[in-house]
Design a binder for this molecule. Sequence first.
Ligand SMILES: [Fe+2]
Ligand SMILES: [Fe+2]
Length: 219
Amino acid sequence: MITLTDYGAHSDSLRRGSGRESGQAMDERTLRARMEPELPPGLTAHIDRVVVLAGTFARRHDLALASVQLAARGHDLLRAVPPSELLTRARAHGLEIDPVELREPVLLHGPLAAIDLADRFAVRDADVLHAIRWHTTGHPDYSAEAWAMFVADKVEPEKVQRRPALARVRALADHDLETAALAYLDLTLIAAVEEGWQLHPMANAARNALMARGVRDDA
Ligand SMILES: [Fe+2]
Ligand SMILES: [Fe+2]
């Protein structure tokens, strides 16, 4: 069970509805307008592509469109923040920092975005915040909506163009999002071995959970 208390020191005040925008759920278009001044244009363009593709997946697989698109809009709020600053902020929030995150602080941009979106942008949907928190690695408890956002982030058109192996993941996503997610996590595992970098433990946990549920990538 995911609750708002997982996100940020001010989540209690948000839950009580004492925030500036009390009573109004944040929507994707409003969040876009509020995030845009804070982001480099290239990052907003990436996020725009993810929102479009996540919407395509949500419609195709009959998922909750507004939740999928809100998670897609918020996922990279802090992607342009320098690694040292991410580390400082993670420590300030008392986040438990995995040794892999210590080596690669960019991995903290998801967990910190979830906190920021709850604190500063009035995103109150705990499932949306959970999807955003783990969008780099996936998570064993991910919903279909969270996987739609996750896969869209990994296979938006420009990423497929840069890395043609992702075309297969994109094609699988038309049929089954969890199979696509497993195929992506398999590619990540292979790259980690070949290129000699550490895999985040949550990526491994997410991959194991998909396989334990019978998801197979043997097409
Ligand atoms: Fe990201
Ligand atoms: Fe992204």
